[in-house]
Design a protein around this ligand. Structure first.
Ligand code: 5GP
Length: 205
């Protein structure tokens, strides 16, 4: 991490069951200069999820009040619950020089791309629809109907991948993690990310 430099933003989206959360956890574990933005949501915590770690779990009224205060960089209704990225939370991290991952859905990704065109957006794909269906069926808790709905939604989300800067296929976890790291490294070399350095160099020439 470079203390005098603002961090970069990386949007990561994928259809449910693609392994996005596992990949992001690996990236965070292996790169101390990366952080993930902890979103706000109105959905109920799942077993093992902690407030402030996995999400800020808030009631609907509080979420709507935050929307009215323009506290979110983006927000969306996903599967009937609100999810949003706090502007203050992201700024706090980038100002400390951390690169920040926004693990958000395709609607949120579109909003962030419009507001922050310099952010890099990455879509993670499953190797095939059969494999995705198999992974979703592996989650024994979900009924056939829920799985069918998820697959239809996955198809719609995958169609949105054309709007992203990068596409990574999660066939092998190690390869996909290495691909993501290459994208993050390239993002740090974008001229928008290097503007402060260029200005400083010229001022001292
Ligand atoms: P889950 O409830 O399974 O944790 O997440 C459901 C979906 O919501 C996932 O696609 C996840 O990436 C997305 N999501 C999580 N946080 C945010 C957020 O802050 N904004 C948006 N737009 N989507 C989010």
């Amino acid at each position: 991490m470079q203390n005098n430099k603002k961090g970069n933003i990386f949007i990561i989206s994928a259809a449910s069951g693609t392994g996005k959360t596992t990949l992001v956890s690996r990236l965070l574990k292996n790169n101390s200069d990366l952080r993930v933005s902890v979103s706000h949501t109105t959905r109920q915590p799942r077993e093992g999820e902690q407030h402030g770690v996995h999400y800020h779990f808030v009631p609907k009224e509080e979420f709507e009040s935050l929307i009215a205060q323009k506290a979110f960089l983006e927000h969306a209704d996903v599967f009937g619950n609100y999810y949003g990225t706090s502007i203050a939370g992201v700024n706090r991290l980038t100002e400390q020089g951390f690169d920040v991952i926004l693990e958000i859905d395709v609607q949120g990704a579109e909003q962030v791309r419009n507001i922050l065109p310099e952010a890099s957006s990455i879509f993670i794909l499953p190797p095939s629809f059969e494999i995705l269906a198999g992974r979703l069926k592996g989650r024994a808790t979900d009924s056939e109907e829920v799985i069918a709905t998820r697959l239809a939604k996955a198809r719609h989300e995958i169609e949105q991948s054309v709007h992203f800067d990068y596409v990574v296929v999660n066939d092998d976890l190690n390869t996909a993690e290495a691909d993501l790291l290459h994208i993050i490294k390239a993002g740090r070399l974008k001229k928008s990310a290097q503007q402060g350095f260029i200005t400083n160099l010229l001022e001292n020439s």
